[in-house]
Design a protein around this ligand. Structure first.
Ligand SMILES: [Zn+2]
Length: 289
């Protein structure tokens, strides 16, 4: 059993900039994607000060547990994969849960997507609530930062306090997927992994977390994941409460503002307000536009 404070550390984040630009697809040749946020669960009474540095210790929020679907150019790409293994239900109070693969199938997005229809899963970081479901999608290629993979399959376990939030079963799962030839290691910042889909190094939420830029009709959508837990992080220019480097998190937030076509197109990792701001596809799903 994990204490609540450690449990919070388990939830996610990351940043940092710099690094060489890759040869990007010319804008005219870039496919245009649709982006959806799918809420597969909630965790009630979550302390806001575990999300936003300096927030009032009394504030609580029912946080959204979310995966994002990107559709277009013949692909169905998930950003993050949620969780489903039983141990997490002992450690957290979880409400309204649907297994992430079922949440995708029942999202209201048409035509309905079976697990084998998912072509790619971009893992923003190895925390349990983002990475645990990566083996639910039997045909998907997994995209993960190379340094995140290397650290959490190795050195992180040499010390007791350097793998908070990382599930041992998830480490085994990603190694097995790699042995099966299904993992692509993203090597650094501003990597266009598929035409119009670019991974950026985040703000040290974990060893090397990433966020994702997507080319859409409205311009670039930024899926921040836990590099920005709530809109409040961006509005108050407050770092996420769980980061290995608060300054790098703020730099990542600033960069997301530059990358996104509009501030409203920066999508936070756990804010329930996402599901009120955007048009509903179903009770659990909104279209980011
Ligand atoms: Zn998270």
């Amino acid at each position: 059993m994990i204490s609540k404070s450690i449990a919070m550390v388990l939830l996610c984040l990351s940043v940092l900039a710099a690094g060489a630009q890759t040869a990007a697809t010319p804008p005219a040749a870039r496919p245009v994607y649709e982006v959806f946020a799918i809420r597969y669960a909630s965790i009630p009474d979550f302390p806001v000060n575990a999300l936003v540095a300096g927030a009032d210790a009394q504030r609580k929020l029912s946080i959204a547990m979310t995966i994002w679907l990107i559709r277009g150019n013949g692909r169905n790409i998930l950003v993050d994969s949620g969780f489903y293994r039983p141990q997490f239900f002992k450690q957290f109070k979880v409400e309204g849960f649907l297994k992430p693969s079922d949440a995708v199938a029942q999202s209201g997005i048409t035509p309905a997507l079976a697990p084998e229809d998912i072509t790619d899963v971009v893992i923003t970081h190895m925390h349990w609530d983002h990475a645990d479901g990566m083996d639910l999608f039997p045909r998907a290629r997994i995209w993960l930062q190379k340094d995140e993979y290397t650290y959490y399959t190795g050195e992180a376990w040499q010390q007791p306090r350097t793998h908070g939030g990382i599930g041992p079963d998830d480490v085994l799962a990603v190694v097995k997927l790699n042995l099966a030839g299904r993992v692509s290691l993203v090597n650094g910042d501003a990597q266009e992994i598929l035409p119009g889909i670019t991974c950026y190094i985040g703000g040290k939420h974990t060893f090397q977390s990433q966020f994702v830029g997507v080319n859409t009709k409205a311009g670039t959508v930024v899926l921040a994941s836990d590099n920005m837990y709530l809109y409040e992080n961006l509005e108050k220019h407050a770092p996420i409460a769980q980061t290995l480097d608060a300054a790098s998190n703020l730099r990542a937030q600033d960069r997301m503002k530059q990358l996104a076509a509009a501030p409203r197109l920066i999508v936070p990792g756990h804010d329930p307000a996402v599901f009120e701001k955007f048009p509903k596809v179903s009770e659990r799903t909104v279209r980011i536009e």
